[in-house]
Design a protein around this ligand. Structure first.
Ligand SMILES: NC(=O)C1=CN([C@@H]2O[C@H](COP(=O)(O)OP(=O)(O)OC[C@H]3O[C@@H](n4cnc5c(N)ncnc54)[C@H](OP(=O)(O)O)[C@@H]3O)[C@@H](O)[C@H]2O)C=CC1
Ligand SMILES: O=C(O)CCC(=O)C(=O)O
Length: 525
């Protein structure tokens, strides 16, 4: 397979004629060839028209057909082989083992959603049979199942060029739900996007699906991405990236004559609470584990532990000792793009110069395009007085908030913005203190984890990768795990619809063999 600088509009592979973008070798900053033509407004119009035309036939397919399609995409991604890993390494600066793991995760996500389709539980089929004799009024026959929203726009993430990009979790869950997808490729990895886009396009063709089921566009400015969100045929948006980018798209979606949901995963600093018992028992070891999580992937995880909260004392001193020792040995690491590196340097530079903040430890020196890990500290009082200390610094930078007592810990927690994760390090003796905080933590974050760090999200049925604003735009959902499909569905109730007109999931005799809730009781009748 060769990279040709092409975008995919339905069955066509075409070079855009609206300017040109280039992949950048993350380690050297040099341009990679070929150039990728940006989409024109006509390209956008055609992709949206094809997606709209594909929606009815695509959503009408039996779930098994969509499952086979997702599995075909996974097989096609595997078949790209070495070229995908090499191009992705160059464009992202991420190392081979990480990207091989991410490719496996991407294929695993597609297969997970094939399983979700075969299971059928996502349809949430419910039947309340008619009660014609009921007094004072008879009950009509009511049947509910979920239907897909319509074509979905997906903005891939720079930091997960495979698992959160062209065929990543948003695309997999939207396609599983029955929604055609138009991806706006992230300009940080256009070559990777083309390779994966071609794999999806081939699966569409091989499975005989409507061509508009999938398109992939490049944007040489902001016009195409914004135009996509504004287009009346698009019915939902999936996004992972900056708060500025996510909120810009939310505004566009809300200002449409028909507003649509934007599922944006944005900024999170993932507080880590260190309880006294845990610090006493193993403060130094927690410090070392923290730096391993902080520096993973040059710190470019939205689940990165960017804030540590703890009560002062010997245990905390041991933690700081372990962390400073470990961070001193952390090599500066290539960052995803020159822009992200610049933003990281600005963010850490601000903390270095902040009157209320001290530098506790740092990694080996940065150099061009490489991020130098940094660990800062401040007091709870200062943290509460300076809201800007909550700003996400995307990369391997973290801030310790030293508290005098449990009351100050509670005050710091109460002042925090919404988060993807919160991690608790504790021993049995800390359980009572943790129990007191739990109701607050449930309000704060989408995932609460113990004696670990939030990096490395498991793709599973019980996973929540989401949280209150600004970690995401809608804390009621997740972008990782099987529950992600719910973002692209809505319930429809059929009242007294003749049996022959009902969707298969709701027909008498249960032709799909689903678990259904009949009169409130789950069964397979
Ligand atoms: N918390 C998290 O999960 C992550 C946070 N970040 C943060 O984002 C910063 C930049 O990283 P990046 O990944 O590029 O994130 P961005 O939010 O800048 O970009 C994400 C995607 O949205 C597009 N986009 C951004 N702003 C707009 C807009 N106003 N209108 C239309 N489209 C838009 C981008 O287009 P284009 O490709 O053309 O730039 C890209 O496709 C990082 O330094 C970091 O602070 C990044 C990744 C993950
Ligand atoms: O840690 C993960 O697996 C996911 C992290 C993530 O979603 C992100 O960094 O954007």
């Amino acid at each position: 397979m060769t990279i040709l600088g092409q975008q995919f509009i339905g069955a066509e592979a075409v070079k855009g004629a609206n300017g040109e973008i280039f992949g950048i070798d993350a380690a050297s900053g040099s341009k990679l060839t070929p150039g990728f033509g940006g989409a024109t407004k006509a390209d956008l119009e055609r992709a949206c028209a094809l997606a709209e035309a594909a929606f009815e036939p695509y959503r009408a397919l039996p779930p098994e057909e969509r499952a086979l399609f997702l599995e075909a995409i996974a097989d096609n991604i595997q078949a790209i082989g070495e070229e995908l890993i090499e191009r992705c390494m160059a464009e992202s600066g991420l190392p081979r083992p990480r990207l091989e793991g991410e490719r496996a995760r991407t294929m695993g996500q597609l297969r997970l959603f094939a399983g979700v389709l075969r299971d059928g539980g996502f349809l949430d089929a419910r039947i309340d049979p008619a009660l014609p004799e009921r007094k004072p009024l008879p009950r009509p026959d009511l049947r509910l199942n979920n239907v897909p929203l319509g074509p979905v726009a997906v903005f891939g993430a720079s930091n997960f060029p495979l698992a959160f990009s062209v065929a990543g979790g948003d695309t997999a869950s939207a396609l599983a739900a029955g929604c055609p997808v138009i991806v706006k490729a992230h300009s940080a990895h256009p070559g990777t996007s083309e390779l994966v886009g071609r794999a999806v396009q081939k699966a569409v063709k091989d499975r005989g699906l409507p061509e508009g089921t999938f398109s992939l566009l490049y944007d040489s400015g902001r016009e195409i991405g914004q135009g996509l969100v504004a287009d009346p045929r698009i019915r939902a948006v999936g996004f992972t990236g900056s708060r500025a980018g996510g909120t810009a798209l939310m505004k566009i979606a809300a200002a449409r004559p028909m507003p649509i949901p934007v599922y944006a995963e944005m900024s999170s600093i993932n507080p880590v609470l260190l309880f006294p018992g845990a610090l006493k028992a193993r403060g130094e070891a927690i410090g070392k584990g923290f730096i391993a999580s902080l520096t993973l992937g040059a710190g470019q995880f939205c689940t990165n532990p960017g804030l540590i909260i703890a009560i002062e004392g010997e245990g905390l001193d041991a933690f700081v000792r372990g962390a400073t020792e470990a961070i001193a040995a952390a090599p500066a690491a290539v960052m995803l793009t020159p822009g992200i590196h610049r933003a990281y340097c600005e963010g850490t530079g601000k903390l270095r110069g902040h009157a209320a903040v001290e530098l506790v430890g740092q990694g080996t020196e940065g150099g061009e395009l490489r991020g130098q890990a940094a660990f800062f500290a401040t007091s709870a009082e200062n943290f509460l007085a300076h809201h800007d200390l909550q700003d996400e610094v995307f990369g391997a930078s973290s801030l310790l908030v030293r508290c005098r007592d449990a009351d100050e810990v509670a005050k710091v927690i109460a002042a925090l913005e919404g988060q993807l994760t919160v991690a608790l390090h504790m021993e049995a003796e800390d359980h009572a203190a943790a129990a007191k905080l739990l109701p607050k933590l449930e309000r704060l974050a989408g995932r609460i984890l113990v004696n670990g760090f939030g990096t490395g999200v498991e793709v599973a049925h019980a996973m929540v990768h989401g949280g209150p604003y600004p970690s995401t735009s809608d804390g009621r959902s997740t972008s990782v795990g099987s529950l992600a499909i719910q973002r692209f569905l809505r319930p429809v109730c059929y009242q007294d619809l003749p049996g022959a007109l009902l969707p298969p999931a709701l027909q008498d005799g249960n032709p799909l063999g689903l678990w259904r809730r009949i009169d409130g009781k789950l069964g397979q009748d």
